[in-house]
Design a protein around this ligand. Structure first.
Ligand SMILES: Nc1ncnc2c1ncn2[C@@H]1O[C@H](COP(=O)(O)OP(=O)(O)O)[C@@H](O)[C@H]1O
Ligand SMILES: [Mg+2]
Length: 295
């Protein structure tokens, strides 16, 4: 019998509703999603359609009212909160529109924070390879306020990938960047995710960004469907042409200045100062309550 491959993410009949005053607003309504290891899926949809909610539920930061969410075959809804937070920290990488770097830590410390939170240790070889891939050599001792937006997002991507998660969830990761920087950051995110074999779910409004993915889905009325369903053949073709033209223009980011000495990952446990209880990386299993900025 052929060996069964465990999906990186399986969302089954997921429902999530919120109270808006006395009104109950259903955001996810019987949503189904299957993402296999190494697969890249773009999710598009109008503002307020529930894209961030979907990612929060996929990451176990928010629980569905009904339905099941399994990451790497493990149902996260049934885990007690500290276990779910630890599981998320180990198996999931998160990238946000506004980077969410800790201002008081330098780039290397921000990245290593994940290892500290998960109690893991990244091999120096892997750290160096990742920094090089993301063009971060020479920037590692800079604090976020000494980095451009594109550089900060590359640090955030390194932080999301350093522990080789099975699933990377990116919520409009280039929403704060200009078009050319956005293209560079996306190209490097997409390429690095492929090289590491992670599955990626990319929430985006951009056709060019979505073109980096294997599948493009649209979130409408609480469910996922084919992005081009319901639009004319001509509009669908125009969208594909536009996305193709833009993605052909994409280039890898410039690699930072070569350093003579090998990059030394900081060994010291990063100062926890600045990692407030509302920081997305924090959680009960990591000494603080989980939270996430909505975009
Ligand atoms: N914690 C919450 N409490 C109440 N309503 C929420 C909450 N989170 C999201 N919503 C509502 O759910 C809907 C979808 O939000 P969101 O997932 O952020 O959409 P998108 O990311 O697609 O813009 C919005 O109407 C939003 O106001
Ligand atoms: Mg959002």
């Amino acid at each position: 019998m052929p060996e069964q491959i465990t999906p990186a993410l399986r969302m089954t009949a997921v429902n999530r509703a919120y109270h808006d005053g006395s009104r109950l607003v259903t955001v996810l309504d019987g949503l189904e999603l299957l993402v296999m290891p190494g697969e890249k899926v773009a999710i598009m949809g109008s503002s307020g359609s529930g894209k961030s909610t979907l990612l929060h539920v996929a990451a176990g930061m928010d629980l569905p009212d009904r339905g099941d969410v399994a990451v790497c075959g493990q149902s996260i809804g049934s885990m007690p909160e500290p276990q779910r937070t630890r599981f998320r920290a180990r198996r999931i990488g998160l990238v946000f529109q506004d980077y969410n770097l800790v201002e008081s830590l330098n780039a290397a410390e921000n990245i290593e924070l994940v290892c500290w939170l998960t109690g893991t240790r990244a091999e120096p070889g892997r750290l160096n390879a990742l920094f090089e891939k993301l063009g971060l050599e020479g920037l590692l001792d800079r604090r976020p306020d000494q980095l451009s937006g594109g550089q900060q997002q590359r640090v955030a991507i390194a932080r999301a990938l350093i522990h080789q998660p099975a699933l990377v969830l990116a919520d409009e990761p280039t929403g704060s960047l200009d078009q050319s920087t956005a293209e560079q950051v996306l190209a490097v995110l997409s390429q690095t995710v492929s090289e590491l074999g992670c599955a990626l779910i990319l929430v985006t409004h951009s056709d060019a960004a979505a073109a980096h993915c294997d599948r493009i889905l649209a979130l409408r009325q609480g469910r996922l469907g084919d992005r081009n369903a319901g639009c004319s053949g001509r509009l669908a073709r125009r969208r594909l042409d536009r996305a193709g033209r833009r993605s052909r223009c994409s280039r890898s980011p410039p690699i930072g200045p070569d350093s003579d000495r090998p990059i030394q990952p900081t060994r010291a446990r990063p100062r926890s100062a600045g990692l407030g209880a509302d920081h997305p990386l924090a959680g009960p299993g990591t000494n603080a309550a989980a939270g996430i900025a909505r975009t």
